[in-house]
Structures are given as structure tokens and as C-alpha cells.
Design a protein around this ligand. Structure first.
Ligand code: PLP
Ligand code: COI
Length: 362
């Protein structure tokens, strides 16, 4: 598809943009443009546009408002020291959006069209990619049902795919620091056969109450346990979890296997490939809260971190539940966690070689 280009005649003045980029926060500011592509059953994807960032007029009977057919993705554009701009593994995001689409009975988007949409937007708004190390332009592709119909017997016939972009600083305003996590017994993120594997907006709507409970309990994030036994650890907040056993040359990594109730993270996948290269064996398996606590108390389990695009790596310092609480290591940021973080960031920002060809220049 060719993109119809409609430039914003009133872009944010450069001085104002620079002020935003100096301290963007996270997910608060948006660039001058967005991409929209329409889908109609029978016709496929059409009307691809780059247009000024603006509200989207919607019919109140649009199916997304009632039955929540909505998917999203998240990835970043990085500015490298040589001035080039890259994204990281964008075809993986495209493939994941299409797997999510299958689950939600939504149309798949050709992977190349997904990546072209990112490129058109980032090229136009390239001045919005922050220069500061560690900062980036967060890209948010999403798709939702626009058909005007309240019937619930069938999925919508029309959809809108949109990409917006948001300059981002550090996901956590205080930088990398260990978080405390809450073991929720009351709330479940995902059940077998449900939507946990899809990057579906409703999963996040359903998580806010659990997150609020964690905050009420004095914690930063909620740990999601399996829906059936409430014992097996799945994810933390909106990140995958990694457990480090041992230290130094003997360190090894365990992460919960993708059982269908976890979001298959691209950061997770990248860690599983990078860790062995650093001499850290990896295993995908199961870990219960009892094993987590016992491992920390015996000293065998040395570090735990969440990983995801937004925060990259978020060390977990302490765990609290209704009837138990413990710390991980000395409650600080672990050495293996930081080594993996540096390696990944190094590839993204071009300070390290990219042995797997993950970086995609725009
Ligand atoms: N788990 C959940 C529930 C998420 O929302 C995300 C974020 O996208 C992740 C894990 C991490 O995925 P990724 O590494 O692809 O950002
Ligand atoms: C992530 O990138 O790790 C996320 O979880 C994105 C979040 C804002 C939904």
C-alpha cells in the first residue's frame, strides 16, 4: 500500500519539542503525526495515511466501545551515536499482533505493512527521537473494531489500525531501582483458554484492580499467579519474570514457560538468546511461590527481575503476600540483571555488535 501523506501544518515548534524531549516522562507526549490504515471485510487493508496527530471521530455504536475488540503492540525507536535511527525486532511485534488478532477474531495485517507504517511515521517525526542515552521514541501500534453494530454474534467487519509515537524517558521516574511486588490471591490475569497470550487491551483493563491492591499493600507491582492453583508464578505487572540462580560464572536463568497464559515478550525472548552468549545457561520451566521463597532463603536464588520493552529490566527486591514476605539477595539490583540489561541496551543503541540482526534501521 502507498501511504497518502498529509502533513501537519501546525507541528509543535522546535523549541517546545526540545523542551519535551529534555524531560519526556513516559507516555505523556505525542509526535506531530500518526498513521491510520482501514480494513473492510472483503476489501482488506486500504486507505493507508500519514496524517496529523488528532482525535479520531468514532460512532458511539462502534463495536470496540462495547465488546472491546482491541489489540496493541509496543516497541521503541532508538537514536544511535552516529545519528541513525533503529527499531528492535519489529517483525516480531508484527507477528505477535497477528497472533493476538487470531485470538480476538480480528484481521491480520501483513507484517511488511506493519513495519512500513512504523517507518513512515518515524521518518516523518524523526526529530522527535530523543538523543539522550536511554531515551527513545516509544511506538504504539494498535487496532480496533469500528463497525457500527451492537450485535454480539460475530466480530466486526471493519477495523482501524493506528500507530502513534511518544518520546519516552525512563519508565520508572526514579530510574532502575528494585521494586517490591505483591502476590495477588484475589485477582487472576489469565486463565487457560483465555486471552493472556494476546496483547489485548482487556487484559490490561482487568489488571488495574490487582495493581491497585498491590499499591494498597505498599508494593510497586503485582505478581500474577496461575489461575488454577494460585501457586505458579507467571508474570509481574506487565513484564515477564526472570529468576537468577547462583552468581558469577555459575549463574543460570529460569523463566516461566509460555503456557498460553503468559504474554510472549520480545525482551524475554532476547534475554533467552543473549544469556547463553554471556555464559549464562537458560531454562524455561515452572516456579512456585514456595520455591521462590525457599530459594531466596537458602541463598540459591540470587536475583529476580521483570523484563519488557518499556522498563527493559526491572529488578525485584522484595516479595510480599497475605501470609509471607521475603527479600531477594540483599534487596538491591543484581549483577547478572545489570549485565543482561547492558548487553541488550548495547545492541539497541549500537554500542555492541548485533549478532542476530535484531536491529532494523529506519
Ligand atoms: N508481559 C506483559 C503482560 C506485557 O504487557 C508486556 C509488554 O509488552 C510484556 C510481558 C513484555 O513484552 P515485550 O518484551 O515484548 O515488551
Ligand atoms: C512493556 O513494554 O513492557 C509494557 O508492558 C508496555 C506497557 C505500557 C503495556
Amino acid at each position: 500500500l502507498d501511504f497518502d501523506i498529509r502533513l501537519n501544518e501546525r507541528p509543535l515548534p522546535a523549541a517546545d519539542r526540545e523542551a519535551v524531549l529534555a524531560d519526556p516522562g513516559w507516555g505523556l507526549h505525542f509526535t506531530d503525526h500518526m498513521v491510520t490504515i482501514r480494513y473492510t471485510e472483503g476489501e482488506g487493508w486500504h486507505d493507508a495515511r500519514l496524517e496529523p496527530y488528532a482525535p479520531i471521530p468514532m460512532d458511539p455504536a462502534s463495536q470496540v466501545f462495547h465488546y472491546a475488540q482491541e489489540l496493541f503492540e509496543g516497541l521503541k525507536a532508538y537514536r544511535r551515536p552516529d545519528g541513525s535511527i533503529v527499531t528492535f525486532r519489529p517483525y516480531m511485534n508484527a507477528a505477535r499482533m497477528n497472533r493476538s488478532a487470531q485470538r480476538m477474531a480480528m484481521p491480520e495485517i501483513p507484517e511488511q505493512l506493519f513495519v512500513d507504517a512504523l517507518e513512515v511515521l518515524v521518518r516523518q517525526d524523526r526529530d522527535w527521537v530523543p538523543t539522550r542515552d536511554g531515551y527513545s521514541l516509544y511506538l504504539r501500534p494498535f487496532m480496533f473494531a469500528t463497525t457500527r453494530a451492537l450485535g454480539v454474534n460475530q466480530p466486526a467487519k471493519e477495523y482501524l489500525f493506528v500507530v502513534i509515537a511518544s518520546p519516552s524517558g525512563n519508565y520508572y521516574s526514579k530510574g532502575v531501582r528494585p521494586v517490591t511486588v505483591w502476590l495477588s490471591q484475589d485477582y487472576t490475569r489469565a486463565a487457560p483458554g483465555g486471552t493472556g497470550e494476546a496483547k489485548f487491551g482487556g487484559n490490561y483493563a482487568a489488571s488495574f484492580a490487582g495493581q491497585a491492591e498491590a499499591v494498597e499493600q505498599g508494593c510497586d507491582q503485582v505478581v500474577w499467579l496461575d489461575a488454577i492453583e494460585h501457586r505458579w508464578v507467571e508474570e509481574v505487572g506487565s513484564m515477564n519474570l526472570m529468576f537468577v540462580y547462583g552468581s558469577g560464572a555459575d549463574a543460570r536463568l529460569l523463566t516461566p514457560a509460555l503456557t498460553g497464559t503468559l504474554l510472549p515478550g520480545i525482551t524475554r525472548d532476547s534475554m533467552l538468546k543473549l544469556a547463553p552468549d554471556l555464559g549464562i545457561p537458560v531454562e524455561e520451566g515452572k516456579i512456585s511461590i514456595e520455591e521462590w521463597q525457599a530459594g531466596c532463603e537458602s541463598g540459591e536464588l540470587t536475583e529476580v527481575f521483570g523484563c519488557g520493552t518499556a522498563a527493559i529490566i526491572s529488578p525485584v527486591g522484595a516479595v510480599k503476600g497475605a501470609d509471607r514476605a521475603w527479600t531477594i539477595g540483599d534487596g538491591g539490583t543484581g549483577e547478572v540483571s545489570m549485565r543482561l540489561r547492558e548487553e541488550l541496551i548495547g545492541i539497541q543503541y549500537g554500542h555492541r555488535p548485533d549478532p542476530y540482526g535484531w536491529v532494523h534501521e529506519i
